[in-house]
Design a protein around this ligand. Sequence first.
Ligand SMILES: [Zn+2]
Length: 129
Amino acid sequence: MKGNKGKDTKPELVVRQRLREAGLTGYRLQWKVPGRPDVAYPGKKVCIFVNGCFWHRCPHCHPSMPKTNLEYWVPKFKRNVERDERNVRILEEQGWRVHVIWECQLKKKTVDDTFDRLIPLLKEELGRA
Ligand SMILES: [Zn+2]
């Protein structure tokens, strides 16, 4: 399906599908806490952000910089990264366990590794091990 926008962008659908396959249902979408995590288990205070590599400046794949208007993009990206860091910090201070999944970790080649790592952690944190 093409043209998914907003909260049902494809990377989030991949994440939700993997969680369901692992039996980790009962999550809520865009829960109303700082940063609006894409997926949250409020009762257990576990949440997952699904970050687009370009906008959130992924530390794994180092997305390219736009060629023009750097005076616009550099501070904009800086604000995005700082906002992400601040949200994670606030959530952790409130007792949340925060996971960040990057778009590039959901590609065909990487997606299995990503969830092989994440699912056991989540099961433990959610008390479903
Ligand atoms: Zn990336």
